[in-house]
Design a protein around this ligand. Structure first.
Ligand code: GLN
Length: 453
């Protein structure tokens, strides 16, 4: 098929199904068809990359020149970025087609996609269920066949957890592997963009283009990007898998555990060896994250003041009224919670007790992983403790929601790559296997994911 035909197919499906799933905030039909035409011309001229003409869609926190970037917030409902993020720019330069921008939890804060100004995203496997979050629109779009693959971002699990709940493959790269330039910042020391796709092979093709040095992001590493597709077929014989006993403990749904144990048994059949390991500080990770992430968010979100960007209240009485009402009306409640928690944790008198303590815990969590990786090549376990849950079920219980991140958050605190691959089903809902690797070993994760698929 031509790229125009392929693109038209996806645009038709979006028209037919988006009102049921609510995964797209913006559909860029005209632009997509133009890009597809250009891609077909490039292919005819023998001037194509492996991704030329492939229709993708992007989480609505990647700045896209000339197309609204809302970040799932009323604050940015009318904001059009004057420049392009490095990730989306790289993908465009590779010839991909952009179908539009995807729904998400407001400012990427959430684990269920219920915190969006544009309403909840619905899980394509069961529309009463959440798709996971915050990249829920990205996961649902792939699962429902409304895009070939998508981009997401992961600060505490937001690529892997929705990938698990929607039955797709999602990879959070090592911190510093992919440029954060042009991503609306949530928690800058944790945020990382990655691919969300049907298979590890598709994810590898996207990561090939997304990864790499960018002088515009000072935390982006100047390190060669391997061809992630080149090692997908390596045999897994001798791969040493570690199972952290803390990931198979209380709180893990028994049926999810069975799916994960069955997946591990498949790896043993492929020649991998399995041993139990310990990540003893796991139980501190959620607490440390929910100090560090809000602290960084409170600083990052101070730029939304009603003056420079986005939403401005009507008829402000004076400057203070302008700030207060613009922020009060522009942000949703979860974002306000995080700003307040973060500002508190950073304030004089509390900084050492909360923020500095959390940073020390963060280092210990990283040390636990590095020690584990002296004995094993990858760590495996569940991505999330449960399959998707009903929309509304945890809406009034933020702590229950936060505990859903228990298996993903420590990876971000340690800066490690982590991936979720579909492993099976519990009561008709997909469940993901998480694979965590040492820093910059994305190729190893993709290889392990591909061999399993
Ligand atoms: N669920 C976590 C949170 O609410 C993680 C979000 C993310 O990774 N962006 O902060």
């Amino acid at each position: 098929v031509s790229s125009v035909e392929l693109t038209q197919h996806y645009l038709d499906r979006i028209k037919q199904l988006n009102n049921k799933i609510n995964c797209f905030i913006t559909v860029t039909e005209e632009q997509a068809l133009e890009q597809a035409k250009a891609a077909d011309t490039a292919i005819a001229a023998g001037n194509a990359s492996p991704l030329t003409g492939i229709p993708l869609a992007h989480k609505d926190l990647f700045c896209t020149e000339g197309v609204k970037t809302s970040c799932g917030s009323k604050m940015l409902d009318n904001w059009v970025a004057p420049y392009e993020s490095t990730v989306t720019g790289n993908l465009k330069a590779a010839g991909t087609v952009t179908l539009g921008k995807l729904n998400m939890d407001e400012f990427a804060m959430g684990g269920s996609n219920e915190n969006s100004f544009y309403g909840p995203v619905r899980n394509p496997w069961n529309k009463e269920m959440v798709p996971g979050g915050s990249s829920g629109g990205s996961a649902a779009a792939v699962a429902a066949g409304l895009a070939v693959a998508t981009t997401g971002t992961d600060t505490g699990g937001s690529i892997r957890q929705p990938a698990s709940m929607c039955g797709i493959t999602g990879l959070k790269p090592t911190y510093g592997r992919v440029s954060r330039w042009g991503m609306v910042a949530f928690a800058s020391s944790l945020d990382q963009a990655g691919p969300m796709a049907r298979t590890a092979q598709d994810a590898a093709m996207l990561l090939n283009v997304m990864a790499g040095f960018d002088p515009k992001d000072s935390t982006c590493m100047d390190r060669a990007v391997p061809d992630y597709t080149a090692t997908l077929d390596q045999p897994l014989k001798g791969l040493r898998i570690g199972l952290p006993k803390e990931y198979f403990a209380e709180g893990l749904d028994a049926k999810v555990e069975q799916v994960i144990r069955d997946a591990i048994a498949e790896y043993e059949k492929l020649g991998a060896t399995v041993k139990e390991i310990s990540l003893p500080r796991t139980h501190h990770s959620v607490a440390a994250y929910y100090v560090i992430a809000p602290a960084e968010a409170s600083a990052n979100l101070s730029r939304f003041d009603g003056v420079r960007f986005g939403y401005r209240c009507e008829d402000p009485k004076d400057l203070e009224d302008l700030y207060k009402r613009s922020r009060g009306e522009g942000f949703g409640s979860e974002v306000k919670n995080r700003i307040m928690v973060g500002a508190y944790a950073l304030s004089a008198g509390y900084y050492d007790a909360y923020y500095a303590k959390a940073q020390k815990i963060r280092r210990l969590i990283r040390d636990d992983f590095l020690k584990a990786f002296e004995e094993v090549d990858v760590i495996m376990g569940p991505t999330a403790p449960t399959p998707a849950f009903p929309i509304g079920a945890k809406a009034n219980d933020p702590v229950a929601m936060y505990l859903g991140d228990i298996f993903t958050i420590s990876t971000n605190l340690a800066g490690l790559p982590g991936m979720s691959v579909p492993a099976g089903f519990v009561d008709g809902l997909p469940v993901g296997l998480q694979i965590i690797g040492p820093h910059f070993e994305e190729a190893r994760l993709l290889n392990a994911g591909h061999q399993f698929q």
